[in-house]
Design a protein around this ligand. Structure first.
Ligand code: DHB
Length: 312
């Protein structure tokens, strides 16, 4: 028997735990439909602002041998566009839809969430508390008191289950403080760990120059650079927030990293840099690799090993 990759959470069943990381293959309807039409188990939209944005000047994404660096600057078609997409979405198709919102201020997030709430759609908001690429706008996830205040207001504005996209944390004290805050919010159903490691700097030795234009070359890192940090965040938040679901994101490029995220406690797993580089065929490939690995290990379902990472 082929191992079963299905996962049931948020009252829905996904045939695969894999879907796109917000930002990759999800800005236009065509891209979103390509993810939906692939082997992905769900779809998430590009983080949106109230109004459309062009984003930062190009080049704003570069791939390296170890991953990627980007400073896109929230180019998106605006909240209304993704709301319309969510209204038309075929929920009966069995692929949950997540709508990522990244307001430029708390009021913008609240406005978008209130409209989404009034629309009463079966999609789930992923509130992005961690975009590192808008000049002059720090990542709210690094201001724990500010994040707590925002979540109070967000919880009030949105009366159904929602999630947040977190930045990576690097200290056990911060894991504990953030988890204690998040645990206070009953409707906060899931946390996606991690956003890119913000404000890295990639240097091209030949050119003696940075590789992307915005912010003098600073950008969010993805891919191999971030895998161990992502796994640490998944494992720690899964452990510290047993009543929440953790979505793993960071460094998944084969069945092995998907397995690691699930072993660390992830319920679902997003694919960013690898999807950007390979296209939507990555989902079927990674799923086949994950199935083969599970078969080799004798696992028939994800439940049999999720969160069962051993320590020494
Ligand atoms: C962008 C990057 C992010 O990491 C994010 O969470 C949201 C937006 C961007 O640059 O567009």
């Amino acid at each position: 028997m082929s191992p079963d990759l299905s996962v049931t959470w948020l009252g829905q069943t996904m045939q695969s735990p894999l879907y796109n990381a917000s930002g990759v293959m999800c800005r236009s309807e065509d891209e979103l439909d390509a993810v939906r039409g692939s082997a992905a188990g769900a779809v998430i939209t590009k983080s949106c602002t109230r109004l459309p944005r062009e984003g930062n000047p190009e080049p704003r994404y570069a791939s390296t041998s170890l991953g990627s660096i980007n400073s896109m600057g929230l180019p998106n078609a605006g909240f209304r566009y993704y709301l319309d997409y969510a209204r038309r979405y075929d929920y009966a198709g069995g692929k949950p839809l997540f709508v990522s919102v990244a307001g430029l201020c708390l009021d913008d997030n609240l406005t978008m969430l209130r409209v989404l709430a009034e629309a009463v759609l079966p999609c789930f908001p992923e509130v992005n508390l961690s975009c590192p690429n808008v000049p002059g706008k720090p990542q709210l996830g690094y201001d724990i008191a500010g994040m707590a205040e925002a979540l109070e207001a967000i919880s009030e504005a949105y009366p159904r289950p929602f999630g947040v996209k977190l930045p990576p944390y690097f200290d056990p004290v911060h894991f504990a403080e953030v988890a204690a805050v998040l645990n206070r919010f009953e409707r906060l159903a899931f946390v996606t760990c991690i956003n890119s490691i913000g404000n890295g700097l990639v240097i091209d030795v030949d050119a003696e120059a940075v590789v992307i234009k915005p912010k003098a070359g600073l950008g969010g890192l993805g891919g191999d650079y971030v895998l161990p940090t992502a796994l640490a965040n998944v494992r720690e938040f899964a452990r510290l927030m047993p009543a929440k679901q953790v979505v793993g994101c960071g460094g998944v490029k084969s069945g092995r990293e998907a397995f690691m995220h699930i072993l660390a406690g992830a319920r679902a797993v997003q694919v960013g840099t690898c999807l950007y580089e390979e296209g939507v065929g990555a989902f079927a490939r990674i799923e086949a690799e994950l199935r083969a690995l599970m078969q080799e290990k004798g696992y028939a379902s994800l439940d049999e090993f999720r969160g069962k990472l051993k320590t020494l």
